[in-house]
Design a protein around this ligand. Structure first.
Ligand code: SAH
Length: 548
């Protein structure tokens, strides 16, 4: 049923001979997010047809148009009335929130027209005016959650069978789409969102970021950042759009962000090591892209076949290309996970059980490298890094990120016999270990004056003696002119030492230039936390025994 509204004035000059249907998407609700054409169309229309709330939202723009207000479920009568009035020669604006072509009135109006045998050439004119749909407006308030392949699913089973909606949720979840759930819940429809969450959890991590936005760009706008397992603990209603992240979506500083592509390499905590432009679309870096066989790239003889031919001559069997063809593999989004493990900071002994666990976890393709940081660096493919780290931690391993981070290299404190300074070592690790720095920073920590693990040869060196701690800064750790760090303080007490080391690291984080080594940083800034840089004399030039 439709109700004819207050204003009944139909200006004669506005009447055109042939009517027109203006199907308008007016955006999320605020006038600033309405297109200029949408505003013009409202102004040039003779009558406005729309759901009550929508008419109220655009009321400030109305002049003397006839208003046909209808309730929520009366879309069909709204469309019929619009067509009827247009056929009488009126310019009729049919308004939808967001975009009229997204769960809006556009399709319905065409259906009514088609039923009447309408043809563009002979029938009333139809103009569809695009608007900002909820997926866009809501997305903008959450951060950048859409970014990659995304889809919208309406949970309203008013016009669509629930079984079909369920299938779509399942397929979208499997295919790792970012999903915008429209019409998630209403007074009577409360079970659908629960069922949707259950299906999504079959394919996605409970920690998947989820954003809930109610009344975007309207007076009662409300934004909630949550995760898949907890989304039902928050208010979801008719005016909410629910955005479910994909396997790569993350939360950062209260924003929900989906990266443009799938990360190939990442490490603990720090994550992002995107490929440089020239590395992109190479098969070894982005194996999922269409390489051999894509039209642009089909050279007369591909690099792979050249390589295979060469290998054939050497009698080395060429490895078949690793195709990601199984559906499950594709959607699992395996990426290379890089991290390091050690049995502890002071403990250097790895048990056979621990070694066995590494072997089982990394499988046949994973690789372990023993590094100069007394760590085993692991590189493996996985779609579930948290499962990997949990298993290793369960076996007593300590996990470390790799890359430009703070690493701490301690001695074994004579098998723990000289372990008085271990608490300070642990404090430093707790406070700065693994943190991001402009360039890899190693802290060497030795438990006695013998310093047999060479603490002063690290960027920051700490030696404990009975009288206290000695601090060294700015060793040049590599090269022919390598030198130990400068002794900047002697006999510090434990608290003082921890405080100073943390301050020095923080200073490097704040003032260090990207990729600047710590010793260069010290030379450039001259003073770090009151410690003044002293020039190290240039080494005496010698003839290199080999090479130059
Ligand atoms: N044509 C509209 C969608 C209409 S279906 C569009 O393109 O946006 C109604 C659903 O849209 C609501 O249940 C809600 O999920 C979503 N929606 C519309 N406007 C919204 C807004 N301002 N804020 C949040 N969600 C909105």
């Amino acid at each position: 049923m439709y109700v004819f509204g207050e204003a009944v004035l139909v200006g004669g000059d506005k009447m055109s001979q042939k009517g027109k249907l203006l199907i308008i998407g007016f955006g999320p609700g605020h006038e600033q997010h309405m297109t200029i054409r949408a505003k013009e169309a409202i102004l040039e229309s003779d009558s406005i047809i729309g759901y009550n709330t929508y008419v109220d939202l655009i009321r400030p723009l109305l002049t003397n148009q006839t208003i046909v207000r209808t309730g929520m479920t009366e879309e069909v009568s709204r469309a019929q009335e619009a067509v009827r009035q247009a056929e009488q020669g009126k310019k009729v604006a049919v308004i939808s929130s967001g975009d009229a072509g997204v769960y809006g009135m556009a399709g319905l109006v065409y259906e009514v027209l088609i039923e009447k045998g309408w043809k563009e050439k002979t029938g009333v004119e139809v103009e569809i005016i695009p608007g900002v749909s909820a997926i866009n407006s809501v997305g903008s308030l959450l951060g950048a959650p859409i970014m990659h392949d995304a889809c919208t699913i309406s949970l309203s089973d008013h016009l669509t069978p629930w079984e079909l909606i369920k299938k779509r949720i399942d397929a979208a979840a499997q295919a790792d789409f970012v999903i915008a759930l429209y019409n998630p819940k209403s007074g009577r429809r409360t079970k659908q969102i629960e069922e949707a969450q259950r299906i999504l959890l079959l394919h996605r991590s409970p920690d998947t970021p989820v954003g809930l936005v109610k009344s975007a760009y309207r007076d009662r706008q409300h934004i909630v950042m949550t995760k898949l397992s907890e989304m039902l603990e928050h208010e979801i209603g008719m005016l909410t759009t629910v955005i479910i992240g994909n396997g790569s979506t993350f939360m950062y500083d209260g924003k929900m962000i989906t990266p443009r592509g799938y990360q190939r390499k990442y490490t603990l905590g720090t994550d992002k090591q995107p490929l440089k432009p020239h590395q992109r679309l190479r098969e070894e870096n982005e194996p999922w892209a269409l390489h051999n066989g894509s039209e642009q790239e089909q050279a007369p003889q591909s690099l792979r076949s050249l390589a295979e031919e060469a290998l054939g001559k050497l009698n080395v069997p060429a490895k078949p290309p690793k195709a990601i063809d199984k559906k499950e593999d594709l959607f699992k989004q395996e990426a290379i996970f890089e991290f390091a493990v050690s049995p502890g900071l002071a403990n250097k002994k790895i048990t056979s059980q621990q070694l066995l666990t590494i072997v089982q976890i990394i499988g046949e393709d994973g690789e372990v490298e023993y590094t100069t940081d007394h760590q085993l660096k692991v590189e493996m493919k996985t779609s579930n890094p948290s499962e990997v780290t949990a298993k290793l931690e369960e076996k007593g391993f300590m996990l470390h990120p790799v890359g430009d981070v703070v690493t701490i290299k301690a001695c074994d404190f004579c098998d723990g016999d000289k372990g008085e300074s271990i608490p300070q070592l642990n404090d430093i690790h707790e406070l700065v270990g693994g943190e991001q720095v402009p360039k890899r920073l190693s802290i060497g920590f030795n438990g006695c004056g013998m310093a047999c693990y060479g603490a002063p040869t690290n960027d920051i060196g700490v030696i404990y003696r009975k009288k206290g701690f000695d601090l060294f800064l700015g060793a040049k750790t590599t090269g022919r002119n390598a030198h130990v760090g400068q002794l900047v303080a002697e006999g510090m007490n434990g608290d003082e030492l921890v405080r100073m080391v943390v301050k020095v690291v923080r200073d490097f984080q704040e003032r260090g230039l990207p990729n600047e080594r710590f010793h260069k940083f010290f030379k450039r800034v001259q003073v770090i936390e009151g410690y003044r840089f002293r020039e190290v004399p240039d080494p005496i030039p010698v003839d290199m025994a080999c090479g130059d």
